[in-house]
Design a protein around this ligand. Structure first.
Ligand SMILES: Cc1cc2nc3c(=O)[nH]c(=O)nc-3n(C[C@H](O)[C@H](O)[C@H](O)COP(=O)(O)OP(=O)(O)OC[C@H]3O[C@@H](n4cnc5c(N)ncnc54)[C@H](O)[C@@H]3O)c2cc1C
Length: 378
């Protein structure tokens, strides 16, 4: 057993750290509070080879491993938490599913722009009546001459305000076997009332009123749900990485604070009540790191196991939030203020406890592994 990164992995991580310190650290606070997508960061990252890390070189990616992509998120978040979302969008989410299952024409038409940092792709799974029970989704794809008519709607779709493309889960027929996906260009989609999450990220209901989608925009047809979810585990690893990375960012800010802030004539780090907070934070971060690296390293270039991903995500979502929240407490009023990014980390980490498979749903999946049987939630 080896708990060390390889020399190549260390070199890669350090080079991304240097890149982030040089190009991203300065604007980190403004970026976290700005709306829209940081396109300048996306283009810089494309040049640096940080988009498509795990995508095959033949498809325009870097041919690296999942652990490389995790290291990139961690290294970027250390300087700029918001920019870690760009690593996510360019490596972990629907882009990875598109690269895996897309046709040559999909890749030519869409992947190139995504890898150049000139476009972003969203995933539309959740519907008003199908959240955790995603297989209850109703958005239908009805066959017509030359394509499909899409009818239904999606909610909470991250990046949808500026994404070019939405990888949309649809129902071609009844049951789980009837679920697949189509690619929809967002310029064709009607939007409901604009809203925002606690994190500040914007979303609006996406409405498909018999929207025509040509045959060649089907990504995975009927029976594609399992493959889709296998790809979605990669997205979960990205969420897991960001939870832990933002928790670590907040921890590091609080550590620096405790080393210089004095009350009652003593440094905060000299109070045992504060020391124990840090000890608990460090235990959570280190434990989460091991679970995350296990899931990512075992996946290598492929897709991670559903069970190891669920364990890592459930733990790191909780740990990231708790650590960021405790870091905020250590920093008092300054931690709660927008002068610092710690409050931003708390708000972002809170969302990942719900997004991409809530902690409760992940625990249901873990229990199935423990008892070696499936428990219907219906
Ligand atoms: C920040 C953020 C980003 C998101 N981005 C996207 C995106 O890009 N694309 C997309 O499609 N969706 C996205 N979502 C939606 C997300 O996937 C759903 O919010 C999530 O699946 C939960 O669904 P729900 O909100 O409808 O809650 P519900 O399913 O209604 O659940 C409510 C509560 O009940 C719990 N619960 C439900 N069923 C069970 C059960 N069987 N056992 C125990 N507890 C249960 C849940 O864990 C939750 O705590 C995002 C959400 C957030 C918060």
């Amino acid at each position: 057993m080896n708990f060390q990164l390889s020399p190549e992995q260390r070199e890669f991580r350090d080079s991304v750290r240097r890149f982030a310190e040089k190009h991203l650290a300065a604007g980190a606070r403004e970026r976290a509070h700005a709306s829209g997508y940081p396109w300048d960061v996306a283009k810089l990252m494309a040049k640096q080879g940080l988009l498509g890390i795990t995508i095959a070189e033949a498809d325009g990616g870097q041919g690296g491993s999942l652990i490389d992509a995790v290291l990139a998120i961690e290294a970027v978040a250390q300087s700029c938490p918001r920019s870690a979302d760009v690593v996510q969008a360019g490596n972990f989410g629907p882009i990875r599913v598109l690269a895996e299952y897309g046709s040559e024409s999909h890749k030519k038409k869409f992947l190139k722009k995504l890898l150049e940092g000139e476009a972003v792709i969203s995933v539309g799974m959740t519907e008003p009546d199908a959240g955790s029970a995603v297989t209850d989704l109703k958005t239908s794809a009805t066959k017509v001459d030359g394509g499909y008519r899409i009818k239904g709607s999606k909610v909470f779709t991250t990046h949808s305000a500026y994404a070019d493309l939405i990888l949309t889960y649809v129902r071609f027929g009844p049951g789980v076997g009837g679920i697949g996906s189509v690619l929809i260009q967002s310029k064709d989609v009607k939007r409901g009332k604009a809203s925002a999450f606690m994190s500040g990220e914007e979303w609006a209901e996406l409405q498909f009123d018999d929207l025509f989608v040509p045959d060649d925009m089907v990504l995975l047809g009927e029976g594609g749900f399992k493959k889709q979810m296998a790809g979605f585990n990669v997205e979960r690893i990205g969420n897991t990485s960001r939870s832990l990375a933002l928790g670590r960012y907040a921890y590091e800010r609080a550590r620096q604070w405790a080393l210089q802030r004095k009350q009652f004539g003593k440094l905060l780090c000299e109070f045992q009540g504060i020391q124990w907070k840090f000890a608990e934070m460090k235990i959570k971060l280190d434990a989460g790191q091991l679970l995350l690296y296990r899931a990512a390293a075992n996946a290598d270039r492929g897709f991670p196991s559903a069970e190891e991903t669920a364990i890592a995500k459930a733990f790191c979502n909780q740990a990231g939030f708790e650590v960021a929240n405790e870091a905020l407490q250590v920093m008092g009023g300054m931690g709660y203020s927008q002068e610092e990014l710690v409050e931003y980390c708390v708000r972002r980490c809170r969302g990942w406890m719900i997004a991409g498979g809530s902690i409760e749903i992940l625990k249901n999946r873990i229990a199935e592994g423990i008892f070696e049987r499936q428990f219907s939630q219906r």
